[in-house]
Design a protein around this ligand. Structure first.
Ligand SMILES: *Cc1c(COP(=O)(O)O)cnc(C)c1O
Length: 433
């Protein structure tokens, strides 16, 4: 499979290049040249298959030409060492729980897959430097996905004071091949530093740099696995005919992989992109005009994005057509008070505890579901990752799962840097090799 750039001015890349480079030469995002439709027979019997079996079928459609089946199978099965169950919340609303991985957020799936794929592609003894900007959960998922993976070194850039203490300890306490960089700025500054590093000829001549942000196809494509699996679980319940999927969105990588799944034949009726008040995509759906903004801090901080990087992919997937995008996706904006209200009401009425991101999804789906439809929203993180917020809202203690408590015992280690590219570049030149 070849990958082209959304900006159309870079040469086609093979999978190895797309994964190692992350971003195309013209700053565009890589897109697979074709999306294979999976056969009807696959969807007819999908509810009889395990998560790993479903995922391997999907992975073969993406990567089968480039990776031998036995290696791909090992990567997929090793990545998916945990379940992504669909859990009933109300009669028509179900939660796709994506927080059962090592760092309790959905990014574990893509990060674990990418680490294993990069290891597969690593040539000889070269060291690969992985740069990742995080607004919260990406950093921990990538750091943990790569922890101890030979030949890789990870730099996690995060905005000082803008991630929760629990999120922070998940990538600042690991040590080994993981370094946390505390940037004096906001998430968009971190993202800009990473993007600029990839465009810098001098840095690229000195070291092998790769991105593990959701722009990387190796992180982004595997996220489609759990949408097929969610469909399978809804089909087993007899609820898959008018299925609506609602995805709490920030950089729009997660929902974009769901749209890819639909393009591969997954019978989803429509999608809802739930935003917090960072509503650039919502405004686009209303007006057809895309206007990036500075991000604003909210309770759902992993969605505090003012210029979603995967917007370019969505546009490309729909041939630039606003009308066609609007046929498949509607939008919703959930402000902080609605997030709190949803957490409280869902806990009180359904005994189901939401995290602030899942709360955006639940709210948008509850408001947007039509009669005769069944809906699945992504519960993208475990509520205990946002313990302070959630406890304040429901007035009850939230238990911390064991694997989360483990992180909190560690000692925080981070390097502080200003948000200027020259400082970051100097740091990399003197540190990474
Ligand atoms: C990253 C993240 C999101 C947003 O996902 P995108 O792919 O960036 O749209 C939502 N919720 C949580 C908990 C996240 O970590």
């Amino acid at each position: 499979m070849k990958y082209y750039s959304t900006n159309g001015k870079a040469p086609l890349a093979d999978l190895r290049k797309a994964v190692v480079k992350g971003l195309a030469e013209d700053r565009g995002l890589y897109m697979p040249q074709s999306l294979k439709r999976l056969p009807d027979s696959f969807f007819d019997s999908i509810d009889k298959l395990s998560f790993q079996e479903i995922a391997f079928n999907v992975a073969e459609a993406f990567f089968g030409e480039d990776i031998p089946a036995d290696r791909l199978k090992a990567i997929v099965y090793d990545t998916l060492s945990f379940d992504c169950p669909v859990v009933k919340v109300t009669d028509s609303i179900y939660s796709l729980e994506l927080f059962h991985g090592p760092t309790l957020a959905f990014k574990d799936v893509g990060a674990r897959f990418m680490a294993r794929l990069l290891q597969y592609f690593r040539d000889g003894d070269g060291l690969v430097n992985v740069l990742v900007a995080t607004s919260g959960d990406t950093g921990s998922a990538v750091a943990n996905g790569f922890l101890g993976v030979e030949g890789t070194r990870v730099f996690v850039l995060y905005p000082k004071g803008k991630v929760s203490p629990i999120q922070e300890c998940q990538f600042t306490t690991l040590g080994r091949n993981i370094t946390a960089l505390e940037i004096d700025g906001v998430f968009d500054d971190c993202q800009a530093l990473v993007k600029n590093a990839f465009m810098d000829d001098e840095l690229n001549s000195l070291m092998k740099l790769t991105s593990a942000n959701s722009i990387n196809v190796a992180r982004f494509l595997p996220q489609s696995f759990y949408y097929f699996y969610a469909y399978a679980q809804m089909k087993a319940r007899g609820l898959a005919d008018n299925l609506v999927i609602c995805v709490p969105s920030g950089n729009f990588g997660n929902i974009c992989s769901a749209l890819f799944a639909k393009a591969m034949g997954l019978p989803v009726k429509r999608f809802i992109a739930a935003n917090n008040i960072n509503d650039v995509f919502y405004k686009y759906l209303q007006t057809g005009v895309y206007t990036p903004k500075h991000s604003v801090q909210t309770l759902a901080n992993a969605m505090d994005v003012g210029d979603p990087s995967n917007f370019a992919r969505i546009l490309d997937l729909y041939g630039g057509s606003w009308e066609n995008i609007r046929k498949d996706i509607s939008g919703a904006v959930v402000n902080d008070s609605a997030i709190k209200k949803s957490i409280l009401e869902c806990w009180r009425d359904n005994a189901y505890l939401l995290d602030p991101h899942g709360a955006c999804g639940f709210r948008a789906l509850s408001d947007g579901l039509q009669p005769g439809e069944a809906g699945v929203f992504c519960e993208t993180a475990h509520p205990a990752k946002f313990k302070d917020t959630v406890e304040k809202v429901i007035g009850e203690p939230v238990a911390i799962p064991e694997r989360l408590a483990e992180f909190m015992k560690g000692q925080k280690q981070a390097v502080s840097l200003p948000k200027d590219f020259e400082d970051f570049k100097y740091y990399l030149k003197t540190t990474a090799r």
